[in-house]
Design a protein around this ligand. Structure first.
Ligand code: NZQ
Ligand code: ZN
Length: 389
């Protein structure tokens, strides 16, 4: 196992009606003037926004609001938020929503504390040294941003990039009420399930030896997701299944599963090019690209694909590692299909994918060769994108 440093200070407040504690938690965090950030209106429709406002008022916390964040959030909303935060002397960010809303709030949090362009952080031109505190009210288990130190934003040049600063960007609190997720459209629930599974796979596929604790953590969480997800799809109001899926989304991505081992992340980088170009739902894009990546790996470096197949999908062991590994990939695809996820570009709604452009953008953004489990060059990434057709 590799050496590691792991700092995860978020206070998770989980369960029914926990959003009523948002005023108290925000006050305890020292906030005076809060910016509530939200998306396209689901929190208005459900009444959640009104409940959050009420709780803040009761705690004597002033607030301003920034709505209209879109999925696959863009830089323009961040600039708008930075300007508003400066004008209103905001000292605390309160995203109420999913990954897109949280990541916009995190980006505003770092942008407000920096004299230059916040995008410098995304290009690696500046180091994040300060940020406003962020507290979260989560409405969708998927991106895991409520426990992660990361944020992902797309700019006008179709660069969908991430920043990472665990000491500054992990939320101080995350309010997680599984009931809030009962209004999710089935497509978003299933996309979230895929995203959290791939967050685990990106850590599971490694060349680091002797990491049985995190191997088994990954496998245990994946097995539980595979058990609980069909219950949520069949009955969106099943509280306990919703609760298990919601917590799975957090532990999938708060770092626990990846400590002490080299992580992968190529599938995410390949998907980010797809959602930057075609504005598809991130998790649905992963349902297409991850099995394609795993197919390539089954043929060229089957070790962890074989382990996934035998330990998670119950494929019998065999001498032909690639054949066993490929069976595992087929079972994974079957599972994702069963919860309504696409497996090809066409099913994702991308009729004529521009693979030349995807490959070009990918390597423009990530370099000629990248990845850890197996390094990916333009010929390999092309082959993987072609498996998605
Ligand atoms: O905008 P509203 O109206 O709120 O609707 C949203 C949105 O359309 C809807 N929704 C959310 N909660 C709901 C609800 N609808 C009804 N009831 C509810 N309770 O769901 C849609 C998707 O929301 P979004 O925030 O985009 O979802 P998600 O959490 O999947 O976030 C995706 C973004 O996070 C990035 C992705 O790339 C993508 O941009 N990621 C962020 C990561 C991180 N910060 O660590 C890691 C991930 O790998 C990922 O890349
Ligand atoms: Zn993801």
């Amino acid at each position: 196992m590799n050496n590691f440093e792991f700092y995860s200070p978020t206070e998770f407040v989980f369960g029914r009606d926990t959003e009523s504690k948002v005023g108290k938690l925000t006050a305890e965090a020292g906030a005076k003037k809060v910016m509530i950030v939200y998306g396209g209106g689901s929190v208005v429709k459900s009444g959640l926004l009104a409940r959050v406002e009420k709780s803040l008022k009761e705690a004597g916390i002033e607030f301003v609001e920034l709505g209209g964040v879109k999925p696959n959030p863009v830089d323009t909303k961040v600039y708008e938020g930075i300007e508003l935060a400066r004008k209103e002397n905001v000292d605390f960010m309160l995203p109420v929503g999913g990954g897109s809303v949280i990541d916009t709030a995190k980006s505003i949090a770092v942008g407000v504390c920096y004299d230059g362009d916040f995008w410098d952080f995304y290009e690696g031109k500046a180091e994040i040294k300060a940020a406003l505190k962020v507290g979260v009210v989560l409405t969708i288990p998927a991106a895991g941003s409520e426990g992660s130190g990361n944020a992902v934003i797309t700019n006008k040049d179709l660069k969908k990039f991430g920043i990472r600063a665990p000491k500054l960007l992990r939320p101080v609190f995350a309010i997680m009420n599984p009931e809030l997720t009962m209004t999710l459209p089935a497509w978003q629930t299933a996309s979230g399930v895929v995203d959290m599974m791939v967050h685990i796979f990106e850590r599971y596929f490694t060349n680091t030896k002797n990491v049985s604790i995190s191997d088994r953590l990954c496998e245990g969480i994946l097995l539980s997701i595979i058990e609980e997800a069909p219950k949520v799809m069949a009955n969106p109001n099943d509280y306990d299944a919703r609760a298990n899926i919601m917590w799975a989304g957090t532990v999938a991505h708060n770092g626990t599963c990846g400590v002490g081992r080299e992580e992968e992340w190529t599938s995410h980088q390949m998907e980010h090019e797809i959602s930057a170009l075609y504005d598809v739902t991130h998790g649905a894009g992963l349902a297409v690209v991850f099995p394609a990546w795993a197919t390539y790996m089954a043929k060229h470096h089957p070790a962890y694909v074989y382990q996934m197949a035998t330990r998670i999908f119950g494929v019998p062991e065999g001498d032909d590692k690639t054949a066993v590994a490929l069976q595992g990939v087929e079972r994974l695809k079957k599972f994702w299909k069963s919860i309504g996820m696409p497996l090809t570009f066409k099913e994702l709604g991308v009729e004529n994918p521009d693979i030349d452009l995807l490959v070009k953008n990918l390597h423009r953004n990530k370099g000629e060769e990248f990845g850890f489990y197996v390094k990916v060059n333009p010929a390999i990434s092309r082959e993987i994108y072609e498996y998605c057709i």
